[in-house]
Ligand binder design. Structure first.
Ligand code: PMP
Length: 418
């Protein structure tokens, strides 16, 4: 077995196991990624040596915990080229980040008759919060369509984004179609109409170099668990002048400046958004995950994943009876490969693959409007990260043929080889 990018595989002990008698092939990275030993050790070290609540105590452990918590924030800021730590708010996840933007900023700037523009390929967490804003404010939610290839239709974007638009909210990379959307161009379009640009970075931040200042987005949201960190830690980036104006959505300890019987005021950003005890170990572990990614180099990660796609996609599209969603040109496709096999339910395909030790996702991928748009109920999705190998891609391709054979003729590999 080759070792993934820079022999990284051995850093992920979970990958070294058998599932149903076969070596595990983990291809569900768009759902969540595995964690390297260094991140696991960071968590362990924090609880063994430094655990204390942040921003509160003057004792040594509290100072150490606070220092590491804020140092991790600096690492996040540098990772996405944000101008300062003040623009980085710790949340639980992309979902929470997007909900905060919608419920605080969205409800404040969207008025009756205004329009919010999203696209047909959004994850539910970048759909439903905007539906709520549209309902609350009597505004209209509009969708940018896709090209026949499954890319965002920029001609349609130019039609949908108008002077009535207040917010444009688009995924930087799709969790189903395997495309990267032109966020910089969309931000320019949005700003030309005095609208704000929100980007959902859940599927982009783990895989490509993100520069929020170059993209000129007003908000950017992503999740730690999709980029080697634990679950329960996410990031909301906002332009400093916007975060300064934005009201918190949660209130309580930590976020206040002063509290009196009838009134209170808040700290400055980002701390005014972080009410209560935060996910301290999660934030510090996210810093450690960023160290790991920086060590590999985001450009190397993107290039290696592209190699995997160049290798796999042409072979995948050649399987008889397969529909592969998104562009068939590997140069336009990320490591998220969604497909269906003719006549087979994606859950049956995923179960068949699991019998071969291969973990893929089957379902609507929290993108039901997209499924409706594509006129399919569900898909199978195999998604790469830098620790995957071409041999694993071959295992997937072979197993798909096996699954087809099994459902067509009722014979499994084991039965045919006796
Ligand atoms: N947006 C996209 C594009 C996603 O892929 C996901 C996760 N599948 C989310 C948002 C939500 O991320 P989380 O569940 O970590 O909040």
């Amino acid at each position: 077995m080759s070792k993934g990018l820079n022999d990284s595989r051995t850093d992920f002990p979970i990958l070294d196991q058998e599932v149903n008698g076969e070596p595990l092939v983990y291809l569900d990275n768009a759902a969540t990624t595995q964690k390297p030993v260094s991140v696991l050790q960071t968590i362990m070290h924090y609880y063994e040596h430094d655990n204390a609540n942040v921003h509160r105590g003057v004792h040594t452990l509290a100072e150490r915990a606070t220092e590491q918590f804020e140092a991790a924030r600096d690492k996040v800021a540098a990772f996405i080229n944000a101008p300062s730590r003040k623009t980085i708010v710790y949340t639980r996840s992309t979902t929470e980040s997007l909900n905060w933007i919608a419920s605080s900023f969205g409800n404040a700037v969207v008025n009756e008759g205004d329009e919010i523009v999203i696209s047909e390929l959004e994850h539910h967490s970048n759909v439903v919060p905007w539906q709520q804003v549209a309902k609350n404010q009597h505004a209209t939610l509009k969708y940018i369509g896709l090209t026949a290839d499954g890319e965002l239709d920029m001609d349609d974007a130019r039609k949908q984004i108008t002077d009535k638009t207040k917010i444009v909210a688009i995924a930087h990379a799709s969790n189903v179609m395997g495309v990267v959307n032109p966020i910089k161009e969309l931000a320019q379009l949005a700003h030309a109409h005095n609208a704000y640009m929100v980007a959902d970075g859940a599927q982009s931040t783990p895989h490509l170099k993100v520069d929020v200042q170059d993209l000129d987005v007003d908000f950017y949201a992503f999740s730690g668990h999709k980029m080697l960190a634990p679950t329960g830690i996410g990031i909301l980036y906002g332009k400093p002048e916007i975060l300064d104006e934005m009201e918190p959505t949660q209130f309580g300890g930590e976020m206040i400046n002063e509290v009196h019987e009838q009134a209170a005021d808040w700290k400055e950003s980002p701390w005014k958004f972080e009410a209560g005890t935060p996910n301290i170990s999660g934030a510090i572990a996210l810093g450690s995950a960023i160290d790991y990614l920086n060590n590999l180099g985001m450009d190397n990660i993107s290039a290696y994943e592209q190699e995997l796609v160049d290798y796999t996609l042409p072979k995948l599209t050649q399987i008889d009876g397969i529909t592969v969603y998104g562009p068939h040109d590997p140069a336009k496709h990320t490591g998220v490969l969604s497909f269906n096999l003719e006549g087979l339910h994606p859950h049956d395909v995923a179960t068949g693959l699991d019998m071969d030790g291969i973990a893929v996702r089957a379902g609507h991928h929290c993108a039901q409007p997209l499924m409706e748009y594509l006129s399919c109920e569900a898909t199978c999705r195999a998604s790469f990260y830098f620790y995957n190998t071409k041999e694993e891609a071959d295992r997937l391709l072979d197993a798909l043929n096996e699954v087809k054979e099994f459902f067509a003729n009722g014979t499994s590999k084991a039965e045919r080889t006796v």
